[in-house]
Design a protein around this ligand. Structure first.
Ligand SMILES: Nc1ncnc2c1ncn2[C@@H]1O[C@H](COP(=O)(O)OP(=O)(O)OP(=O)(O)O)[C@@H](O)[C@H]1O
Ligand SMILES: O=P(O)(O)OC[C@H]1O[C@H](OP(=O)(O)OP(=O)(O)O)[C@H](O)[C@@H]1O
Length: 215
């Protein structure tokens, strides 16, 4: 008998796209689309159980084995470095991490650079490679406000369309890394449920391939 796979799905902007991909791959669970506040959905026949979790918590559920697999942005994986297997790039949730500063200020400052970010570890690594002294200001949202009101010189944040930067008169001065959503697995679950997890991964990969091939 097939073993049940527990999946941590990220709530928010990735959630629906990711679930739709699982559904197309044959792992549907129609009740998940109902308008309610439930957090667990199961399709016993398909051997799948979904949990809705906060995007930055997906790696915690998977690393500790409460979920066998999950979907997290590469930003979250680089920031927290969870001890999990990364199985597949889903090719959605595409954006980039970048350094941005107020428009027309190219050389920001010679002194210690004040950097506001939600991603202190990615930021530290990036500036360490550039041998630049920085003072990290760790915020949790509205990062673009920081340089506008003088809290920081620059920001390190996610840029997707660039609209938030433009509307706050900021511009990208350096790219840090490209981001997309990744399928991750708990290491012990992957050993115990190899066949089930590999079938699911392959079914998801088959959903990506046609789009990539059409490029
Ligand atoms: N414009 C964007 N802004 C932020 N994240 C984006 C964007 N586009 C794609 N992503 C990807 O989507 C993931 C989830 O983003 P979302 O904004 O839903 O979560 P969040 O509110 O930042 O999470 P949390 O509340 O857990 O910190 C990010 O980790 C990133 O990989
Ligand atoms: O390039 P864009 O398409 O404008 O998208 C980028 C913006 O979206 C995200 O913010 P989010 O909406 O998650 O808000 P918060 O981080 O300020 O809470 C991110 O932190 C940027 O601010």
């Amino acid at each position: 008998m097939n073993k049940m796979i527990n999946v941590a799905l990220p709530k928010g902007r990735l959630g629906k796209k990711v679930y739709d991909m699982f559904e197309l791959a044959g792992y549907e669970c129609p009740a998940i689309k109902e308008d309610n506040r439930k957090l667990i959905f199961e399709n016993e026949e398909k051997g799948i159980r979904y949990f809705w979790v906060k995007p930055s918590d997906v790696t915690i559920y998977v690393e500790r084995g409460a979920a066998d697999i999950g979907i997290a942005g590469k930003d979250i994986l680089l920031e927290y470095e969870p001890d999990v297997f990364e199985l597949l790039d889903l090719g959605l949730g595409k954006c980039k991490m970048a350094v941005a500063a107020p428009e027309n200020i190219r050389e920001v400052t010679d002194r210690t650079l004040r950097v506001a970010t939600k991603f202190p570890n990615i930021t530290r690594d990036f500036y360490h490679k550039e041998s630049r002294d920085i003072d990290i200001i760790n915020l949790h949202g509205s990062i673009e406000l920081a340089p506008v009101v003088g809290l920081s010189d620059v920001i390190v944040d996610i840029v997707e369309t660039g609209k938030t930067l433009r509307e706050n008169h900021l511009e990208v001065i350096e790219d840090v890394v490209q981001i997309s959503a990744r399928l991750i697995a708990n290491k012990a679950s992957f050993r115990f449920k190899t066949a089930e997890i590999e079938s699911l991964r392959d079914a998801l990969a088959a959903q990506i391939a046609p789009k990539e091939a059409a490029k």
